[in-house]
Write a protein that binds this ligand. Structure first.
Ligand SMILES: [Fe+2]
Ligand SMILES: [Fe+2]
Length: 386
């Protein structure tokens, strides 16, 4: 039995796409609680789908990765740290309290919907151990010793260190705002890291780097939108910090897309098939197994709010796909074998199809005009209309 949980943020509205492996598409959101206690449903997955001889490709690209990927990291001394955006606890008590008071003044007009989405984003960032584990499970690029000098391993460790600031900063800002129930937020992180994730990358670096290219761009888009909404809602500091996180995501997207671009050059069919494979499966958001102890459909509900306030939508999903098709010049890709050509046709025609399906889904939703309220523990069980 092959069961996958796949709830990309767009699946609220995005109908199923035709694909060659139907089985893989029986996707339901498993109750995260079950996933947390048992990983059994995921064991049937093909664990190592890259032919072992292809590991050599990644070995042979080490020099290239040192020259073209590692420079996209920022030296620690030039990096921002969460403290740059937060009230300074080394100040005398009154001054520190004043800075906290100002923070609370700034966030006071932001709606609860905004906080639900910001918490979901923060929880996603905070499950970083899961993502480092996923990348370190990719054949040919994993960190064998924990301090491996291979450029792939150097990248992964430093990428993790850069990402680690995202969750820290958002978490502290949310804590100081007083707008969210931190105990519930923390419990959600606890559940999520315990549950793991199933991105469908099969320990295969081809699939893994397609996934991370898409995912980093998705977070760039989402953090960019939370920045815009914070600015409109009256908190320029929150806008600046979300924008700063978005800039990191953009740099990371650039690194992962460069790797896929290189794979398309050295192994066009293999790389094109990998892109087709991931897009067939749909890109699953990394926090799809989130759970707060109360709502077994929490991820679906958080995604619906993100869609409604325009932080991450089905259209964004199609935009990202179109962007990557253009970035990797997939329409012009030559020298493909038959299966590569099939993947090329599928991927290059996919974005318009997603948009058409989305329009029809929106139209149906408008006609039904069905809204229902959902309580979110993160905002003290207040109800939001979905
Ligand atoms: Fe991040
Ligand atoms: Fe990221």
């Amino acid at each position: 039995m092959q069961i996958r949980t796949c709830h990309s943020i767009t699946t609220q509205t995005l109908p199923q796409l035709p694909c060659s492996s139907r089985k893989a598409h029986h996707r339901h959101l498993l109750p995260p609680l079950n996933a947390a206690v048992s990983a059994a449903p995921f064991k049937a997955r093909k664990a190592h789908s890259m032919p072992p001889e292809k590991k050599e490709i990644f070995k042979s690209l080490e020099g290239w990765a040192s020259e073209w990927v590692l420079p996209l990291l920022k030296p620690v001394e030039q990096c921002w740290q969460p403290q740059n955006f937060l009230p300074d606890p080394s100040l005398p008590h009154e001054e520190f309290s004043h800075q906290v008071k100002e923070l609370r003044e700034r966030t006071k007009e932001l709606p609860d919907e905004y906080f639900v989405v910001l918490v979901g984003d923060m929880v996603t960032e905070d499950a970083l151990p899961t993502y480092q584990t996923m990348i370190n499970n990719l054949d040919g690029v994993k960190d064998d010793s924990g301090t491996s000098p291979s450029p792939w391993a150097v990248w992964t460790r430093a990428w993790t260190a850069e990402e680690n600031r995202h969750g820290d900063l958002l978490r502290t800002y949310l804590y100081l705002s007083g707008r969210v129930d931190m105990a519930k937020v923390e419990k959600t992180v606890h559940y999520l890291i315990s549950a793991g994730m199933d991105p469908g990358t099969d320990n295969n670096p081809y699939l893994g780097f397609v996934y991370t290219s898409f995912q980093e761009r998705a977070t760039f888009v989402a953090h960019g939108n939370t920045a815009r909404l914070a600015k409109e809602g009256g908190d320029p500091v929150l806008a600046r910090l979300c924008g700063t996180i978005a800039a990191d995501e953009k740099r990371h997207e650039n690194a992962y897309s460069r790797i896929v671009e290189k794979l398309l050059e050295v192994d066009p069919t293999g790389a094109m098939v990998a892109i087709g494979n991931m897009m067939e499966k749909k890109i699953t958001m990394p926090a799809h197994l989130m759970y707060d102890g109360d709502d077994p459909r929490l991820f679906e509900h958080y995604s619906a709010v993100a869609q409604r306030i325009g932080v991450y939508t089905a259209n964004d999903y199609a935009d990202i796909l179109e962007f990557l098709v253009e970035r990797w010049r997939l329409e012009k890709l030559e020298g493909l074998m038959a299966e590569g050509k099939r993947a090329q046709d599928f991927v290059c025609g996919l974005a318009p199809r997603i948009r058409r399906l989305q329009e029809r889904a929106d139209e149906r939703a408008r006609k039904m005009k069905k809204h229902h309220g959902v309580k979110f523990s993160w905002i003290f069980n207040k109800e939001l209309l979905l």
